[in-house]
Design a protein around this ligand. Structure first.
Ligand code: NAP
Length: 242
């Protein structure tokens, strides 16, 4: 039985990834920060559905000690999905030092810490798959989301470099860049903005968390065994990098 740890598994895209990986046969560690009840309910639902011992574990990813404790309690992790993240909409001139550091502490440093904590087991096994969730804004940048875009671009850079470093250890590192996905992260955008984003999307719809989960499932599993260092857009054609 292989274990997959999904950060930010309590809701949104992370919860869909947990459901999908449980269906794929992984024992899932549903990581959460504040939403304990939702994470524990999801883990219980997955246990019932699959008969495997899925669990929910907390950690504030902005701190090293909490992340180390998360991995100690999780046990050996074969697949790591770095999904947890925070966004921020602000004019660049209004972004404070504190805002900037907070976005990077969670979206970049959290990924760095989780990778470091997962790797000793993967290196020992000479096997493993890491899937990082960035954003299409990390590929092309978004107005009024400079900190978020820069942090998500850093995740893409980390993915490419780490894939090269870990290839000889047979550990794959890939990245999924979602477009506009229907989750609480976009709750503040309002119906008009969501309609405009839908119209701007060539496939004519907002994405579902399950769309992202399907891409993660592919990158986590053996069918992508010759795929590493890649950036996979799941955005309905909104962004098509050259
Ligand atoms: P969401 O609904 O806001 O959920 C965020 C998740 O991250 C929650 O599980 C939350 O845990 C966890 N989290 C937040 N801050 C944390 C912290 N400091 N420490 C540990 N965990 C923390 O987000 P989502 O829309 O599902 O997005 C998931 C990922 O996809 C993010 O990386 C996001 O940047 C990326 N993404 C989303 C979209 C989109 O349109 N939704 C587009 C592109 C990329 P709790 O619930 O326990 O607080």
């Amino acid at each position: 039985m292989k274990t997959a740890l999904v950060t930010g598994g309590s809701r949104g895209i992370g919860a869909a990834i947990c459901r999908r990986l449980a269906r794929d046969g992984f024992r899932v560690v549903v990581h959460y920060n504040r939403n304990r009840e939702r994470a524990e309910t999801l883990a219980a639902e997955l246990c019932k559905a699959t008969g495997l011992p899925h669990i929910a574990l907390p950690a504030e990813l902005a701190g090293r000690a909490a992340v180390e404790e998360l991995f100690r309690l999780a046990g050996p992790v074969d697949v790591l999905v770095n999904n947890a993240g925070i966004a921020q909409q602000k004019l660049f001139t209004d972004v404070t030092e504190e805002d900037w550091r907070r976005v990077f502490a969670v979206d970049v440093d959290g990924v760095f810490r989780c990778c470091q904590c997962a790797l000793p087991h993967m290196i020992h096994e000479k096997a493993g798959s890491i899937v990082n969730i960035s954003s299409m804004w990390g590929q092309v940048g978004a107005s009024c989301e400079v900190a978020y875009s820069a942090a998500k671009a850093a995740v893409i850079g980390l993915t490419k470099a780490l894939a090269q470093e870990l290839g000889p250890s047979h550990i794959r590192v890939n990245c999924v860049c979602p477009g506009v996905i229907d989750t609480e992260m976009n709750a503040a955008l309002g119906a008009d903005t969501m309609d405009a984003l839908r119209e701007e999307t060539p496939l004519g719809r907002i994405g579902a968390p399950e769309d992202v989960a399907a891409a993660v499932s592919f990158l986590a599993g053996e069918e992508s065994s010759f795929v590493t260092g890649q950036i996979l857009g799941v955005n309905g054609g909104f962004v098509i990098p050259g």
